[in-house]
Design a binder for this molecule. Structure first.
Ligand SMILES: NC(=O)c1ccc[n+]([C@@H]2O[C@H](COP(=O)([O-])OP(=O)(O)OC[C@H]3O[C@@H](n4cnc5c(N)ncnc54)[C@H](O)[C@@H]3O)[C@@H](O)[C@H]2O)c1
Length: 316
């Protein structure tokens, strides 16, 4: 049997994720669901019609779902489920402003995922990311390694792009890393960032690095301010799709993701942005990297900030 991946939510993030997953041509089926009647079916038909042109065989199945689980039988047997359902930010909003409304959506989706795809690895992208990932684990009751969130791949890609543009070098020559939360306590890690293996600190003055770090931290808001009607989705969908691919292929690829941390970096009992090996069981292992004292302090600060908020999501 070929692999099956489901994308819940057929908005901008979900539909572009479904497209990327289908175009990898490694899945037998990509299921796309939404509560807006006909939207996932229409997008699925459109995507299927692109197959002869793009030359891939993965079939895309659209399914409208209801609040009581109607339509969820379409996701049965999924190896991976990407949850994108929920409202995006508008200009001036923080990700935390979405907490109440998206918690209701993510809880309801996660409960149905647990019922219809009990063996799936769940990748959460709905915001606020760290809290929604914690909530999805609570609502599914899946082992913590089987529920993870997407943020670090995107934030690191933004950091990399910022560095590449600043130095006018190919993005392929730049390595960067961001850890921490997908929010104010994001921790870009300049000490692990380099261009052609040369540390960033040797290529740019400290104030320039700080400027790029700040732009990275505000990367999502910068796009929201320009779009005015929604948030980013090309880079976010690329990140989520790569994570789903690593699960499907059991690749063991090391990626920055929102994962359950249990002792690493001296931090325990919280979903936090860290590097992890990704495979068929979700997070195979959290990978620790050497951090400077101030980066480690930033990571611990992020952990405490998200811990306080994650404690509240159980009641939402
Ligand atoms: N983690 C990240 O890095 C990151 C990046 C960008 C966006 N996001 C978040 O991703 C989410 C989706 O963003 P978007 O741009 O696709 O928004 P969007 O408004 O385009 O799409 C959201 C979709 O979810 C659907 N939906 C709502 N309730 C649902 C339910 N119960 N079941 C199934 N579908 C449901 C809506 O009908 C809509 O089609 C937002 O919360 C946004 O903040 C996260």
């Amino acid at each position: 049997m070929g692999k099956k991946v489901t994308v819940v939510g057929a908005g901008f993030y979900g539909s572009t994720t479904a497209q990327r997953l289908a175009e990898y041509d490694i899945f037998e089926t990509v299921v796309l669901t939404d509560i807006v009647e006909g939207k996932p079916e229409g997008l699925a038909l459109d995507l299927n019609q692109s197959r002869p042109i793009e030359g891939f065989e993965t079939r895309i199945v659209g399914a409208t779902t209801g609040p009581n689980g109607e339509g969820y039988e379409a996701i049965e047997g999924s190896d991976v489920v990407v949850i994108t359902a929920g409202l995006p930010r508008k200009p001036g909003m923080s990700r935390m402003d979405l907490l109440g409304v998206n918690a209701k959506i993510v809880r309801q989706v996660a409960e149905n995922v647990a019922k219809y795809a009990p063996n799936a690895v769940v990748i959460v992208v709905s915001n606020p990311l760290d809290e929604m990932t914690a909530l999805a684990q609570i609502a599914t009751q899946f082992p913590k390694n089987r529920v993870l969130g997407q943020a670090g791949m995107l934030d690191s890609a933004r950091f990399t792009n910022n560095v590449a543009e600043e130095l006018k070098v190919p993005v392929g020559s730049v390595k960067t890393l961001t850890l921490g939360s997908h929010g104010d306590t994001m921790v870009p890690v300049p000490s692990k960032s380099s261009v052609n293996g040369k540390p960033l600190a040797e290529l740019l003055p400290a104030d320039k690095v700080e400027e790029l770090v700040t732009r990275t931290r505000n990367g999502g808001a910068e796009v929201v301010a320009l779009l005015k009607t929604g948030s980013a989705y090309y880079a976010p969908s690329a990140a989520a799709a790569r994570m789903a691919k690593a699960v499907a292929e059991d690749s063991g690829a090391v990626m920055p993701v929102c994962a359950w941390v249990d002792g690493e970096y001296g931090i325990s009992g919280v979903y936090l942005g860290v590097e992890a090996e990704i495979g068929a069981e979700g997070v195979k292992k959290v990978v620790e990297t050497d951090l400077t004292a101030s980066e480690l302090a930033g990571l611990k600060e992020a952990a405490e900030a998200v811990r306080a908020k994650q404690a509240d999501v159980a009641d939402l």
